[in-house]
Design a protein around this ligand. Structure first.
Ligand code: HEM
Length: 560
């Protein structure tokens, strides 16, 4: 730099006018910020834990936010206001407070926060799960319910569930040790694909790539990107490759979905071999029958919704259910007695049989209570200022409902930390969104439309695998040693790779990397290898017996 340049800089820095205007600007920014963020004197805000400047309470979420928020709520109460960067967020941790949000004030809380990740992955919020509350969302949701998820439709898919479960049972019959986690995940995906698209994708290479992409997509949706909460740090997402990863996944998914749409569009409607959900969506698009503009992007976004919402969630429930059954042999025995007692003939399990399986339904409810698959549900946002249980909640506040904490609340449940399906036998409590102590599917207008679809598959699969087989851990390890820790993510799965010696909570564990991305990580995806009931782990185990994640079929029942 020349002497002349330095002199110029000096002149600029020392110029009193410039100093004065700089100081005035800084003062103005400070005053406006203070004014904007100053809590109104008249407002009674929910209790808040202390927060850090800029970060707010982000650092307190940890890798399993539902657990950490549960601990904070014990100190601060069931309605707690935290700050994720600059975003005020209401944490709801009791059935009573959840009812206030999802029933009494459901309309006010029927919007979703609009994250830039969801915007890029879901075609500018054109799917059901993040679409802004309004006519477009209403039409889309009713199309999904009528054409795919209604009781009638779900019953019509019984043969698909039967075929796919029979295939799984055959695979189990042919091997002594099985990776149930992988099997559940493959099965739920095949059932969703065949029901919605008329074919499954798990068998060819393109389909397999799509399933991996879908996993990355769910991962990204579940990630907490720092730029979302502290906008001036959004450059970090560009530097560390997170943004590039979102763009790549969006592009590759789009290419795949375009292929699916083109394939169906090329078939003349009169020559279709059976109509599937995509055909119905395409007819609505072509004929514009709904009165709202459903375009090609809407169709792709809806297909993504169905895939992502319908696969991981269901297989997770099945995995937790089996893990609890292994840990509680007396529950397993009781369940087997019920199923085997009801299905006495050699033909398969029918809808009629399923209706009689009260204990099986209780096992499912208890699994959903104790291992709520999406513990914080899908966030909502308030559209107006509103009072909840005497506290003021401002318009624009994000709301997270800790359904996991509500399922373990001792005000609602006796011995909440025990897995006891019996609690549901003489109880009318159900998960359909009317009983707020059990809300794994959410409730109200934005509640999950896939309950019937999901539970039909889950109950049917569980009934089949306990009817036909007895189960044990490899090497005869006791069920109580099964690792029940949780793996971070949008859907909370069991952390199958952890302790070398197989003891839950033991020391030298190999833990899976967090799925929560703060936009600060390497931007890498997580592989599914070895995440299941055992096989495929590259990580060494301290002792072979440590692979207790794997289940062994003890005895195959003689066919009836
Ligand atoms: C065990 C399985 C499942 C669980 C635990 C689950 C859970 C949830 C939860 C917690 C929500 C948010 C509810 C709220 O905000 O109140 C939701 C929404 C949704 N789910 Fe599910 N779900 C499951 C299966 C399915 C299936 C099989 C489908 C479809 C094939 C599906 C489609 C959807 C859609 C489209 C939404 C968005 C609804 C809206 O925003 O209006 N889900 N689900």
């Amino acid at each position: 730099m020349s002497k002349f340049d330095l002199q110029k800089i000096d002149e600029i820095i020392l110029n009193p006018h410039i100093i004065l205007s700089l100081l005035t600007s800084l003062f103005l920014i400070w005053a406006i910020t203070k004014w904007l963020y100053k809590p109104s004197q008249n407002k009674k805000l929910p209790p808040s834990p202390p927060k850090l400047p800029i970060l707010g309470n982000i650092h307190q979420l940890g890798s399993l936010p539902h657990q950490n928020l549960h601990s904070l709520a014990r100190k601060h109460g069931p309605l707690m206001l935290i700050h994720l960067g600059h975003v005020p967020t209401l944490i709801v941790s009791s059935a009573n407070a959840a009812r206030e949000i999802m029933k009494t004030n459901d309309l006010i809380f029927s919007n979703r926060p609009q994250s830039s990740i969801a915007r890029r992955l879901l075609y500018d919020f054109k799917d059901v799960s993040v679409a802004p509350y309004g006519e477009y969302w209403r039409q889309l949701k009713s199309i999904c319910v009528l054409q795919l998820l209604s009781n009638k439709r779900v019953q019509s898919f019984h043969s698909i569930r039967e075929d796919e479960t029979a295939l799984m049972v055959e695979k189990i019959r042919g091997s002594r040790s099985v990776n149930l986690s992988e099997m559940f995940s493959g099965l739920t995906n095949d059932v969703v694909c065949r029901s919605a698209l008329g074919k499954k994708f798990s068998e060819d290479e393109i389909g397999k790539k799509f399933l991996m992409l879908l996993q990355e997509f769910v991962d990204l949706l579940g990630s907490i990107s720092i730029g979302e909460y502290i906008p001036w740090l959004s450059w970090i997402n560009r530097v560390n490759g997170f943004d590039a990863r979102v763009d790549r996944v969006a592009k590759e998914l789009d290419d795949f979905l375009e292929g699916v749409i083109k394939e169906r569009m090329e078939i003349n409607p009169s020559e279709r071999n059976g109509e599937n959900f995509v055909d119905i969506l395409l007819d609505i698009y072509r004929n514009n029958t709904t009165g709202v503009s459903i375009d090609r992007d809407s169709i792709k976004a809806i297909i993504l919704d169905v895939f992502s919402a319908g696969t991981d969630t269901s297989s997770t429930v099945l995995e937790w259910a089996m893990a609890e059954l292994i840990r509680h042999p007396e529950v397993m025995r009781k369940l087997q007695l019920e199923v085997r007692g009801i299905v006495k003939d050699k033909h398969g399990i029918t809808n009629n049989h399923m209706e009689k399986m009260c204990y099986l339904k209780a096992v499912m409810k208890e699994t959903l209570r104790y291992h709520t698959p999406i513990p914080l549900l899908v966030p909502r946002v308030s559209t107006k200022d509103v009072k909840i249980n005497g506290y003021d909640v401002s318009s624009g506040t994000m709301v997270m409902i800790n359904a996991w904490a509500i399922g373990r609340d001792s005000d609602s449940w006796i011995e909440p930390e025990k897995f006891k399906p019996e609690r549901f036998l003489n109880s009318s409590i159900d998960f359909k969104g009317l009983d707020f102590e059990l809300i794994p599917f959410g409730a109200g207008r934005r509640g999950c439309p896939g309950i019937t679809f999901a539970m039909a598959t889950n109950e049917f699969v569980l009934a089949n695998i306990v009817k036909d087989f007895d189960w044990e851990l490899p090497g005869g390890a006791e069920g109580k040693y099964l690792d029940m820790t949780e793996r971070p993510g949008l859907t909370i799965q069991r952390n199958a790779i952890s302790n070398g010696d197989g003891r839950a909570g033991g020391g030298a564990g190999l833990r899976r990397r967090s799925r929560l991305q703060w936009g600060l990580g390497s931007g890498r995806g997580w592989d599914r290898a070895g995440t299941g009931w055992a096989q495929g782990s590259a990580e060494p185990c301290a002792q072979p017996r440590g692979r207790v994640g794997q289940l062994e079929k003890k005895r195959t029942r003689a066919p009836l």
